[in-house]
Design a protein around this ligand. Structure first.
Ligand code: AMP
Ligand code: MG
Length: 494
């Protein structure tokens, strides 16, 4: 017997059987490691050496169920693009179990692409190389940006060819999450009028993610408020770095408040609020500008599932829950507005700040200025105008519009006590230089898929690990795409 690799402490498997289907991952022919996230492994209390050796890779590919695992596929439902789907569930993911990380936080270890399950419907249960690399890159970039997210512990080749539009190499991603409970998990039981399951699930979530609510007078109402708060904070974080999730269906919204399910997601290059990348989002439902209101809509759906727990009196429950749901816009602003102020270097709060920040965004949109370069560029400007202004001005089709804004900005900066250096250092902590630009992601996927070359993937992951640092010699990674490199559409992982 092998030495224990994971010190499992599984709680989800102790919930009643109707919460999941128990089954092991389906074996694959030739597992081969693509990348192991050694730092994350250590954080999870795992030995990277053990995980990266032959028997560790067998586990990461789903060929061997490690000691202590209770493999299962979770049941959930969801609203997809506004349409109700009563049964989704893990159609190609297997939860091996949970470990407690070095900070004492419980983390799910899940294999994505691990084969068919009772929830697979028409799908083959598998994942292909491109989307696996994409999820690895973007989720790890999000973590480095300081935004709550699921993580990527490892990616492995399966040695199988998977049929999509063409035959593509198969891969498995080991996904780590605070938990995989989604808004759609609650909706699954709500639709079945299974109040007992709803209560068990809500209590589970409170214990796992919101233990401070345990003694609350109205714990389920408090849970609603807490989930709304985390989502408001998360979506504000997305807006502030120009991230577009792409499929904000309720089954892709985590109760723990993490970014989850990196399908057709993308970071914007030039700023436009209507931007949408997903090839399946024809109506622009999940466009950048709609993300806060979609989160609000999803959370209203979450609230509805909690009604029978809030009060036996339906009217009373609705009134109470509605009041909490209605706080979303306010809570969102409470995260977004200070974040935006900080991005333009304001430490104090003054009347007119929001308007000043919004007018920059609207000039950027008119001029199609690059979102990331504009804010990073502002970090180098002094209170007095210098030549450095030209580099930011050059990002705007209408340079005069930037000049006019900069005059107002400098007047506002003059009213603060901070030195240029102090302000610039602070701004560099919230305005990244490096983001996983679409064309960069595409480029490494092409190299991996077409030439079996993983070096560009490794290099990109390494660069994105320090997004707020200037990395001399790597300026190339900060550039927007050339016209012929622009990626207009992204595709689901399926
Ligand atoms: P997603 O678009 O990844 O959020 O997935 C939506 C639903 O489709 C979930 O229930 C997935 O488990 C399921 N699904 C996605 N891809 C596959 C696949 N290749 N095989 C089986 N089920 C899948
Ligand atoms: Mg999903």
């Amino acid at each position: 017997m092998d030495a224990t690799v994971f010190h499992f402490d599984n709680s989800y498997a102790q919930l009643p059987e109707r919460f999941y289907a128990s089954l092991p991952p389906s074996p694959v022919p030739r597992p081969r490691l693509i990348r192991l996230n050694e730092e994350l492994a250590r954080h999870l209390g795992l030995d990277p050496g053990q995980l990266g050796n032959e028997s560790g890779i067998e586990i990461l590919a789903g060929n061997r169920v490690p000691d202590g695992a209770t493999p299962l596929a979770m049941a959930y439902a969801g609203f997809q693009f506004g349409g109700w789907v009563p049964q989704l569930g893990d159609g190609r993911a297997i939860l091996l179990g949970e470990v407690i990380d070095v900070d004492g936080v419980r983390r799910d270890i899940q294999l994505k692409g691990a084969g068919r399950t009772p929830f697979s419907r028409m799908g083959d249960g598998r994942a292909v190389l491109g989307p696996v690399l994409r999820e690895y890159i973007v989720s790890e970039a999000m973590a480095a940006l300081g935004i709550p997210t699921t993580r990527s512990l490892a990616a492995v080749f399966t040695g199988e060819e998977i049929m999509r539009e063409t035959l593509l190499p198969g891969a498995v991603l080991t996904r780590i999450a605070g938990s995989h409970v989604r808004v759609g998990t609650f909706q699954y039981f709500s639709a079945r009028r299974d109040v007992e399951a709803l209560r068990l699930l809500a209590d589970y979530v409170i214990t796992r993610h919101y233990p401070e609510l345990k003694g609350a007078v109205e714990p389920y109402l408090a849970l609603l408020g807490a989930v709304i708060d985390r989502q408001a904070s998360l979506v504000a974080d997305w807006q502030l770095v120009g991230f577009i999730h792409g499929v904000m269906n309720t089954d892709n919204m985590s109760i723990a408040g993490e970014t989850i399910d990196y399908g057709p997601c993308a970071f914007m290059d030039d700023f436009h609020p209507e931007t949408v990348f997903s090839s399946i989002d024809h109506m622009g439902r999940y466009a950048y500008r709609n993300q806060p209101s979609i989160a609000h809509w999803n959370l209203a759906g979450f609230a509805q599932t909690l009604l029978p727990l809030v009060s036996d009196d339906q009217e009373d429950a609705v009134a109470k829950a509605t009041k909490v749901v209605n706080t979303f816009p306010e809570r969102f602003q409470a995260f977004y507005a200070p974040g935006l102020r900080r991005k333009i270097g304001l430490a104090d709060i003054r009347e007119g700040d929001d308007e000043l920040a919004q007018s920059l965004l609207s000039s950027m949109a008119d001029s199609r200025a690059d979102f990331t370069l504009t804010f990073r560029g502002l970090c180098s400007l002094n209170r007095a105008r210098t030549q450095a202004d030209d580099s930011v001005r050059g990002l705007f089709a209408d340079g005069a519009a930037f000049d006019q804004w900069a005059v107002r900005w400098r007047q506002r900066l003059a009213s603060e006590g901070r030195s240029d250096l102090e302000r610039q250092t602070d701004m560099r902590c919230v305005n990244p230089a490096f983001i996983p630009r679409n064309h960069l992601v595409e480029r490494v996927i092409r190299a991996a898929e077409d030439d079996g070359n993983l070096a560009p993937f490794d290099e990109l992951v390494n660069v994105l690990a320090a997004p707020y640092e200037d990395q001399p010699g790597r300026e190339w990674f900060t550039s927007p795409p050339r016209p012929e490199e622009v990626v207009k559409q992204t595709f689901c992982g399926t």
